[in-house]
Structure formats: C-alpha cells, structure tokens
Design a protein around this ligand. Structure first.
Ligand code: TRP
Length: 332
C-alpha cells in the first residue's frame, strides 16, 4: 500500500519559476512513489478574493495547464478542483466543530495574511469568517484523502501542524481513524526574483513558466548582477552577483557554472553577455515544458476533461473516507 500525498495551490494565475522549482518539480518526482492528489484550491482563493472572481475559472485552468506542462501526469496522479469535491465542505463542517477558536487565532500564517489585508495593499479589508476557517478547510483537504504526507513550502508548515492537532483530536473524540499528516519539505534552493527579492507575481520580478522565449530573454537582461562592477572588463565577483550567477547555479551544468565563474572573475565576461547566454540557457531548459503548455492551451477541452475525470476520482476516495467519518461521529 502506497502512502498518500495531498497538496494544493490557490489558483491565482499563471505560475512562475519559483512555483516550478520550489514545488511542482518536487511533486513530479513524488508521483511514482506515492498515491498523489493535487488540486486547485479555489475555495481558499475565495477566502481573500471573494469579490474578484472574474478570472477564477481561467486561473484554475492556467494552474492546471502549468502542472501538466511541468510533468504532473494524470495517469499517475489525481488532479482535481477543490470545489468539485463537495465532500471536502462536509468534512470541513465536522472538523470545525472540534477545532478550538484559539488554534486558528494563533496560526502564524493566517496572522500574516490578516496583517496584509489590513494594510493599503489589502485595501483595509476586514477578516471574514471564511478566512478564519482557512486552516480548518486546509485540514479538510488533507484529511479528506486521509493523507500521510503534504509537500509544501515552509510557510505552510504551521497549517499542517494544526491539521495534525485536529486529526489527533478527532481520533481522541470519535476513535482512531485519521493519519497524522506530516509536511514534506523541499530541500531545493529557493530561486529569487530578478531583483534579488523573493520571486512573486505581485512584485513583478518573476519569470512565468508560460512566458515566451523573447519575454524571458528580455526579463533576464534586467536581472541584478555584481553591483560593484562598472565596466565589462572589471574583475567580477560571482559570489556577490545577486541574481545572474545564482540562476546559473540553478540552470547550468557543472561545466557551464565553472566557466561562467572563471571568466567573470578574470574580467573576460561582461554582465550583458553573461545574461544573454543565461537567457538562452534558461530558455533551452524550459523549451520542452513550454511546448507542452502550448499543446494544452490549444486543447483546453482536454484539460477540462482531465479536471472532470480527476475530480470524480477524488470524490470516490473522499466518499469512502466520509462514510467512515459519518459512522464514527454517529451521524444519521
Ligand atoms: N494554503 C496553500 C497555499 O497557499 C494551498 C493549500 C490549500 C494546500 N489546501 C491545501 C496545500 C492542502 C497543501 C494541502 O499554498
């Protein structure tokens, strides 16, 4: 019996290289070893964007197309949309009944989200009941498949701890049933944005999986390099190069990395030339992914079928779990 993995992403639009390298690449590798469930968390998107839903449908398709392009395989993994599995909402009700209010109030990730909402960027929005329920709904996602492992970034670990506490509490009250899901942290180095800060769509410093080669090459030319270097034959310091050399270390092979380092240190490689080559390198690594993405863009009905089929499979599993849960709670 394979262990079960669940993970999701809020459908906020087209994904960038941070998502690819930090999360999706890892999912792709897990597919062979585990029973995997990957879903677009559209209810979670509503916890803050309930009034901006015009793009929700397209964003959901975009996220799934990015996954497929990167190698998430619907023959190996179950790919679904959260709101197409209504069993999750029912489980959310039961879990909400046994979750003390202070558990959600002290969730640090939620506190951060709340802080952002209150600032200008969040337009001083208030915090709705649904947002307070974010960690409970996330627990429902995870426990719905009675999963063992949840591959996420470190910012999500607090949520998974709450999930574990809720599972324990359920087991204590109603009888041993849920596994205690553990976070599965990805040890790959985080890719920074073009400006050296965390890569993010809202910071406009990202490279999208779906960007064209020209867009990518142009963006790479804006990447920060060694700020102390003024002319191209000045001796460079790769270790102080804020972005370009870091990208080389992610995308280049050993030979390329040592050539870049050597030539930079000796002043034989200007930053502009270096970034031109870097852009070409990144484009060549992404070429097969982008080709696949284009295929799905041109065949969106195939993507919708994958989602429909995956959601049905997810529901089957969810219904099995839910019938056990209802029995344990002694529902009618
Ligand atoms: N909160 C996660 C994020 O923002 C998305 C998510 C929702 C999730 N439900 C989940 C991740 C369940 C893992 C498991 O990235």
């Amino acid at each position: 019996m394979k262990q079960v993995i669940v993970s999701g992403m809020r459908p906020t639009g087209k994904l960038h290289l941070g998502h690819y390298l930090g999360v999706i690449k890892n999912w792709v590798e897990l597919q062979d070893k585990y029973e995997c469930y990957f879903f677009a968390a559209d209810w979670h998107a509503l916890t803050t964007k309930y009034d901006k839903t015009e793009e929700l449908r397209q964003n959901t398709l975009d996220v799934v197309m990015d996954w497929l392009a990167c190698g998430i395989n619907p023959e190996k993994s179950v790919i679904y949309v959260q709101s197409l599995v209504p069993e999750i909402a029912e489980l959310n009700v039961y879990l909400g009944m046994i979750t003390p209010q202070n558990w959600v109030e002290r969730d640090p990730t939620l506190k951060d989200m709340a802080k952002i909402l209150k600032t200008k960027e969040g337009q001083g929005q208030q915090i709705n009941y649904g947002l307070m329920g974010y960690p409970v709904l996330m627990s429902a996602d995870i426990l719905m498949m009675n999963s063992d492992l949840v591959p996420v970034g470190s910012d999500q670990v607090a949520h998974i701890e709450i999930t574990r506490d809720i599972a324990r509490r359920f087991n204590n009250i109603y009888g041993e049933f849920f596994h205690e899901a553990k976070p599965l942290l990805n040890n790959c180095a985080l890719i920074c944005g073009l400006d050296g800060n965390k890569m993010g769509k809202s910071f406009k410093n990202d490279i999208k999986i779906s960007d064209t080669e020209e867009e990518t090459a142009k963006k790479i030319m804006t990447a920060i390099t060694d700020r102390s270097r003024l002319r191209k034959d000045d001796l460079g310091h790769p270790d102080e190069c804020e972005v370009a050399y870091k990208y080389w270390q992610i995308f280049g092979n050993e030979n390329e990395i040592s050539t870049v380092k050597c030539e930079c240190e000796k002043g034989l490689r200007g930053c502009a030339q270096c970034k031109r080559e870097l852009g070409a390198k990144i484009n060549s690594v992404l070429a097969p992914i982008r080709e696949k993405r284009k295929y799905y863009e041109q065949n969106q009905q195939e993507v919708e079928e994958i989602i429909r089929d995956g959601s049905l499979r997810a529901r089957q599993k969810a219904q099995e779990v839910l019938s056990q849960v209802r029995k344990l709670i002694k529902m009618y």
